[in-house]
Design a protein around this ligand. Structure first.
Ligand code: FES
Ligand code: FES
Length: 150
């Protein structure tokens, strides 16, 4: 089957197998920033944005993105650099495997929530796991990032 969607604001038309996941299709298209770990919607490593909202691409059928907009970290380079710099300053990145999905979720949260408190931030990020850092540095970086431009 053929699907038409937008990826990082570029129109794409591609033949897929109806059972393929979005992760598999993005991987075939060369979007290597999108990683996969659990494959069961549990860790958030494979997060991309669907019409601006985070989804686990490992468990989302590619057929469902027809006529929708997908964003990977390549599509939010400026925001990702700003946030990544804050994360580095707070010692919030170690192996980096979770980072693209984490950054995309945080960028979506900033657009969606106005002045979230710490519990709202934790709730929004509940689907993104990090095995390395203990989250405290990430929370410090996120609080600083949420202040930028406000
Ligand atoms: S790899 Fe998709 S949620 Fe873990
Ligand atoms: S920095 Fe290693 S999994 Fe998050």
């Amino acid at each position: 089957m053929k699907i038409n969607f937008s990826i990082n604001n570029s129109a794409k038309s591609i033949e897929i197998n109806p059972s393929e996941t979005l992760y598999e299709v993005l991987n075939k298209c060369g979007f290597s920033s999108v990683k996969k770990a659990c494959g069961t919607s549990s860790c958030g490593i494979c997060t991309v944005l669907l019409d601006g909202k985070p989804i686990p691409s490992c468990s989302y059928l590619a057929a469902k993105v027809d006529q929708h907009n997908i964003t990977t970290i390549e599509g939010v380079q400026q925001e990702a650099e700003l946030l990544g710099d804050l994360m580095n300053r707070e010692g919030a990145v170690q192996c980096g495997f979770c980072t693209p999905g984490f950054l995309l979720t945080i960028i979506a949260m900033k657009k969606e929530l106005v002045n979230p408190d710490i519990q709202q931030i934790k709730n929004y990020l509940v689907g993104n796991l990090c095995r390395c850092t203990g989250y405290e540095g990430q929370l410090r970086a996120i609080r600083r990032y949420m202040e930028v431009g406000r």
